[in-house]
Design a protein. Structure first.
Length: 154
């Protein structure tokens, strides 16, 4: 006959909860996006709203000069845009769609981050009333300046 004591059941339950929380913490990326933008940029604010609607938690830092943030995070002039963000060890430059950020966080490629150079019409935050979307590439980049197409958006 096996006797179950309240202490034994409690210990078993705590072990189970600890195991669950440890597994969850290893699987769930930190989806808090820290955005650095200038105070007067309207399209940056719209991009922040796009991320929030997609379920990201967003912290915004308004700065008059983003050059330090960009250079310190491997963003050179060829891939620069109007704002720079950091999320779970990656750099996000410009109007990168939320679904591509989620893909990055799921696949975890060995890159510095993603960029949408310039400000393509129709990209998140750059929507126009007509609904026009100019095709653009979401680029993966590394600290050496190498880029590759991560996604193509029509």
């Amino acid at each position: 006959m096996i006797r179950r004591t309240p202490f034994g059941l409690l210990a078993l339950a705590l072990l189970f909860l600890f195991t669950l929380s440890a597994c969850a913490s290893k699987q769930a990326p930190d989806t808090t996006v820290v955005v650095y933008k200038t105070p007067t940029c309207g399209c940056c604010g719209k991009w922040v709203e796009h991320l929030q609607k997609a379920g990201f938690t967003v912290t915004v830092h308004d700065m008059n000069d983003l050059s330090y943030i960009k250079s310190n995070n491997g963003v050179d002039g060829r891939i620069a845009s109007c704002h720079t963000a950091l999320v779970d060890g990656y750099v996000i430059e410009g109007h990168v769609p939320a679904e591509q950020i989620r893909r990055l966080l799921t696949e975890r490629p060995d890159v510095t981050g993603l960029a949408v150079p310039g400000m393509p019409i129709g990209s998140p935050g750059m929507e126009v009333e007509s609904g026009r979307v100019d095709p653009y590439d979401v680029l993966a980049f590394d600290r050496t300046g190498q880029t590759s197409v991560f996604a193509h958006v029509e």
